[in-house]
Design a protein around this ligand. Sequence first.
Ligand code: SF4
Length: 182
Amino acid sequence: MSDSNINMVAPPEGVVGEGFFATKLNDVVGLARANSLWPLPFATSCCGIEFMATMASHYDLARFGSERVSFSPRQADMLMVMGTISKKMAPILRQVYEQMSEPRWVIAVGACATSGGIFDTYSVLQGIDKVIPVDVYVPGCPPRPEQIVDGVMKLQELVKNESVRRRSSPEYQELLASYNIK
Ligand code: SF4
């Protein structure tokens, strides 16, 4: 691949002069965070297979700085929930979320994680947002890898534009409190 085919991430808005570039700290932090989201794949069923394809060479999530998959919640900031989550599994998912350090984001991948999908039964959680806050929902049963990549790009936009103060804001504390998460 020649260099002309490589798209660099655009710099944030700022003031450019000879030998200097001035911008907002918020924008720099947002840019760095958005392009280094480390995923924690919480895959319980078929949608997990689509995630494997998303990570593989054809779709190559590494293009977005997300090739470093973490199975330790403490070294991940993007929780990707893929698959049917039973009510028995819900406390485990919540525990994993609680073990992640701030800032942390969540993508519900596929119909099951988003709403329980076709499993409208007594044993299946009808959407992971019953137990943890969700930032992006990816529709589909299963979603194609393109949709998962689109979900990650949507999250990148959120992350890029998030204020560095959001996590200590009363609104965010209120959101966590509504889930009884400290
Ligand atoms: S949304 Fe469809 S493909 Fe994904 S885990 Fe549920 S049943 Fe499987």
